[in-house]
Design a protein around this ligand. Structure first.
Ligand code: ZN
Length: 132
């Protein structure tokens, strides 16, 4: 047990989280208008179509913005501080929030290229980013 929070999948998000457990990152693609979106939801956020499909996203991107956490939000994160939480723009055009791992947080910079890796948390793989 890591004690870290793990997601509670629902009907909209279960394919995403199941794919993470296979080491794969999925984004929703609207077959009506071509829009890609994250987080997963029941409707296209651009055109409201329900005709959504899953696509495998390239596991790489760039840091859009970030902050450094110095005070652990729960005891489970005490060993990790300080660490960076970032908004990452994936190469496939969606933005995800994740931690930057395997990196001194003082080295994180806006625009930094990253690769997506998966952190194991009590049976659920959670996407994180590390320097490319
Ligand atoms: Zn659409």
């Amino acid at each position: 047990m890591t004690g870290k929070p793990i997601p509670e999948a629902n009907a909209d998000t279960r394919p995403f989280w199941d794919a993470c457990n296979r080491g794969e990152l999925l984004v929703q693609h609207c077959r009506a208008c071509g829009h890609r979106q994250f987080y997963p939801r029941g409707l296209c956020q651009r055109c409201r179509s329900e005709d959504l499909a899953w696509q495998t996203a390239e596991p790489r991107g760039r840091v859009y913005s970030f902050t450094i956490v110095h005070r652990a939000p729960t005891p489970a994160f005490r060993a990790d501080v300080p660490y960076a939480i970032a908004l990452v723009d994936l190469a496939d055009g969606v933005r995800m929030m994740m931690n930057i791992v395997n990196c001194d947080p003082e080295r994180v910079a806006i625009g930094m290229p990253v690769n997506i890796v998966f952190e194991q948390r009590d049976g659920q793989a959670v996407p994180q980013a590390e320097p490319a």
